[in-house]
Ligand binder design. Structure first.
Ligand code: NPQ
Ligand code: MG
Length: 370
């Protein structure tokens, strides 16, 4: 493949409701799609970040700049030898910027697989036609409001509930959800780095509620802290922000910093590295699940293919389109019996609906032309 041109499409898609985490509140998903045109056809991918460096160090503007000035030129320099597998090595010299690297590799993988008429699912080694679906529930203003939201998601069929937590919104919401919906509910929490090791005793109170896991309680660069915390609480620790590569995953497991891993392809630089973390986890007997970044159908489709790999033994944040969007950019992903079908068409298996995209587009910028 040869890259002919690359276009960034900035989008602002309204969320069906505010989504509050320990790092902020969003009512709109502001990100961009990357459209890569090659000699064999085009490919699309969705940037997983947002305008502010709050979930991680990257943000929309940093990604645009690094793609334009540092990433795309290096891959384009491969000439007619571009493949998705060659993107990682070509970008190795550039430090960090994994979300930006991921969007480029993914758009090229989409283009490449479409040229073979092969799906992401087949390429990655998926073993399921549908995947069980969980849902991430934001921090609310009151417990009754939370219980109403969870009740609605359970009525939709979601098979696992994840509560976003922060200091002041942790033990009581978990207690309330357990009391209302019973001990059989698959329930977990996500702190997005909101705690410190001095909170260990407080977090131990969560041990009474049979949680599947607590996700990322401490800072992203605090593997040692997570290893210490895991000795002080019984609830399994799952890492999200801390795991940015297969090497990180190997270190976290060797240190005893986590017993479960949330795999987000963007956070680790793309689907190829995500696959390597999956393989490492399976070899270590560590369960993994697929995280989410409020993706539109463009990003959601590829995540579903990954979530269908055999090591993904816990339901992911791979929710239906309607969890976040009244109108998705692709054909919407729907929940059937708590599951979502894995796309099986070429590439991601989805196409962007031009009318839907036009409604949410705030700008288009060429990042490269041959
Ligand atoms: C997590 N996602 O697992 C993330 C956090 C998150 C579904 O809980 C814009 C961009 C908004 C990225 C909100 C879920 C976001 C975002 C939350 C990531 O930690
Ligand atoms: Mg998380």
């Amino acid at each position: 493949m040869r890259i002919e041109h690359v276009e960034l499409v900035a989008i602002e898609v309204p969320l069906v409701g505010a989504f509050r985490t320990s790092f902020g509140t969003d009512t709109v998903r502001s990100t961009f799609l990357l459209r890569v045109v090659t000699d064999t056809g085009e490919g699309w991918a969705e940037f997983a970040g947002d305008p502010e460096p709050l979930y991680c160090a990257e943000f929309n503007a940093s990604a645009e700049l690094v793609l334009r000035d540092h990433l795309i030129p290096r891959v384009a320099a491969l000439g007619d030898g571009v493949t998705a597998a060659k993107v990682g090595p070509a970008l190795e010299a550039v430090k960090g910027h994994r979300l930006a690297k991921a969007v480029l590799e993914t758009a090229l993988l989409d283009a490449e697989l479409r040229s073979y008429a092969m799906s992401f699912a087949t390429y990655l080694g998926s073993v399921k036609e549908r995947v069980p679906s969980g849902v991430s529930v934001g921090i609310m203003d009151s417990l009754p409001e939370l219980l109403t939201a969870v009740e609605g998601y359970l009525a939709d069929g979601y098979l696992r509930i994840k509560l976003k937590i922060e200091p002041g919104w942790d033990v009581e919401p978990v207690r309330a959800v357990r009391a209302a919906f019973g001990d059989d509910l698959l329930l977990q929490v996500d702190a997005n780095t909101a705690y410190s090791l001095t909170d260990a005793e407080h977090l131990r109170a969560l041990d009474d509620f049979g949680l599947l896991l607590i996700e990322q309680p401490l800072d992203e660069d605090d593997l040692r802290g997570h290893a210490e915390l895991s000795k002080l609480i019984r609830t399994p620790i799952c890492l999200d922000e801390s795991i940015t590569s297969a090497r990180d995953a190997a270190a976290a497991l060797a240190l005893g910093a986590c017993r479960v891993i949330n795999i987000k392809p963007a956070r680790v630089g793309g689907y190829l590295e995500a696959r390597r973390i999956h393989d490492l986890s399976v070899a270590n007997g560590v369960p993994v699940w697929c995280g989410g970044m409020l993706e539109t159908g463009v990003g959601r489709a590829a995540n579903l293919a990954l979530a269908a790999l055999p090591g993904f033994v816990l339901p992911g944040d791979t929710s239906a389109s309607a969890r976040y969007y009244a109108e998705d950019l692709t054909e919407p992903f729907v929940l059937e019996d708590g599951h979502i079908a894995v796309p099986d068409g070429p590439g991601t298996g989805v196409t962007v609906r031009p009318d839907a995209l036009a409604k949410v587009t705030t700008g288009r910028r060429g990042l490269y032309a041959r």
